[in-house]
Design a protein around this ligand. Structure first.
Ligand SMILES: *Cc1c(COP(=O)(O)O)cnc(C)c1O
Length: 405
């Protein structure tokens, strides 16, 4: 349906389909059900992506939010190149681990100790294991439409690409899990559940600002109630800030709401586009991890020096950028919010296009040279590199689309 010609992208995708299931290494990339050839990207720079057919796109996916300074930021590239000269990987202590951990603990004061892993999936999976180990209780509570990666206990009513798989929004190959999924932002349901089963709950995980059902901030009273109930019943509360962490603000959702969880998961931005994620929080809980404690976790590439170098270069540049990021996001959202429901917080936003118009919207935007998330379940992101001109063009394209409906 897309009006721009992309023969090279199409050919590449057809070849990929012969060797890689669905042609993709992560399902959302397949643009399933959209009637559009998946985007092939040859290179990225600033706020732009370039395809093998000579087309360019203003990027609002931004590597699912991992890119916050813009693609190929010179300072980040320089840090990665300098580290490359010193070795790509070694599995021993190094100074980059210290610098990275210091920055994370400085920005997120409730993190007393932190451990690096390689993906958000691993961070959430391990934080849950740690919470269960700490409380000795297995029951896990999550919330509908939230996504925490693809470890087994979490593929229950998950947001993001999982939600598009089938009506139960789950996955085959996942056995019975001691997981309960409750409605998001519903204080009555939360209260009622805890009154019945609170004593059995070991861990609660939530996206305090959801980014995997579009951008949906949690209601402050709901989040406060959740903190009070988990404290009362002795459950570990995990904020999954893999997206929101350094996108909502320098102190994440924790700073935004003034509510402190027991553990926080981070990812995406903290590796600046390279594979790194982390979880951290109260020392008392974190010290249950091996080698100090009996909760096991390990990783050959955990704390990869190249990824840490990129992450440090990004983290060092975060203070002071959030007013500007917010101003940029609002160039789009301030106009669109009068026409369709629109949420924006920090550098993430979603214009909730009606579902029956979504496919046409996505194709239209792509043909206008704008790459928006391919599903209404994913938040849009802006970076420091998004120019006011590109943001205004994007806004005008959205307004143009909506005016034709
Ligand atoms: C992306 C994401 C994850 C998973 O991270 P991966 O690096 O893709 O495994 C977990 N939680 C949230 C909130 C995310 O947005």
């Amino acid at each position: 349906m897309s009006t721009i010609d992309r023969p090279n992208s199409k050919k590449l995708f057809e070849s990929l389909c012969k060797l890689i299931p669905g042609g993709v290494n992560s399902p959302a990339r397949a643009f399933k059900g959209l009637g559009v050839t998946p985007l092939a990207v040859e290179r990225a720079a600033g706020d732009m992506l370039f395809d093998p057919d000579g087309n360019s796109y203003i990027d609002y996916v931004c590597s699912w939010g991992a890119i916050i300074l813009g693609h190929n930021h010179p300072g980040v590239l320089a840090a990665v190149k300098a580290q490359m000269e010193k070795g790509l990987s070694f599995v021993n202590s190094n100074n980059l681990e210290l610098k990275h951990a210091e920055l994370i603990c400085k920005y997120m004061p409730s993190i007393e100790k932190v451990r690096m892993v390689s993906s958000g999936t691993e961070a959430a999976m391990t934080a849950i294991r740690l919470g269960r180990g700490f409380t000795g209780k297995n029951l896990l509570v999550k919330f509908d439409g939230n996504y925490h990666g693809h470890s087994d206990p979490l593929l229950i009513k998950a947001g993001s690409a999982v939600a598009l798989m089938n009506e139960h929004a789950s996955s085959k190959g996942v056995g019975n899990q001691e997981t309960v999924s409750l409605p998001y932002n519903n204080s009555e349901a939360l209260q009622a559940f805890f009154e019945g089963q609170g004593a059995n709950v070991g861990v609660v995980i939530i996206e305090p600002v959801a980014g995997n059902m579009g951008c949906v901030p949690s209601d402050p009273e709901f989040l406060q109630l959740l903190r009070a109930l988990t404290e009362h019943y002795g459950a570990v509360l995990i904020f999954d800030e893999v997206i929101s962490g350094f996108r909502v603000g320098l102190h994440g959702a924790t700073g935004y709401y003034g509510i402190t969880p027991d553990l926080i998961c981070l990812g995406k931005i903290i590796g600046g586009g390279l594979p790194i994620a982390a979880f951290g929080g109260k020392a008392e809980i974190m010290d249950q991890l091996a080698p100090l404690g009996e909760v096991f976790q390990a990783g050959t590439l955990s704390g990869s020096p190249i990824a840490l170098a990129a992450g440090i270069a990004v983290l060092e540049r975060l203070p002071g950028i959030y007013d500007e990021l917010e101003r940029k996001a609002r160039i789009i959202t301030d106009s669109v919010k009068d026409l369709v429901p629109t949420n924006q917080i920090g550098a993430m936003f979603t214009c909730f296009i009606p579902p029956e118009q979504f496919n046409a919207y996505f194709s239209f935007m792509l043909s206008e040279g704008v790459y928006m998330p391919q599903s209404p379940h994913e938040t849009s992101s802006v970076t420091l590199a998004h120019t006011d001109t590109h943001l205004a063009c994007t806004r005008d394209a959205i307004l143009d689309f909506l005016s034709r409906q």
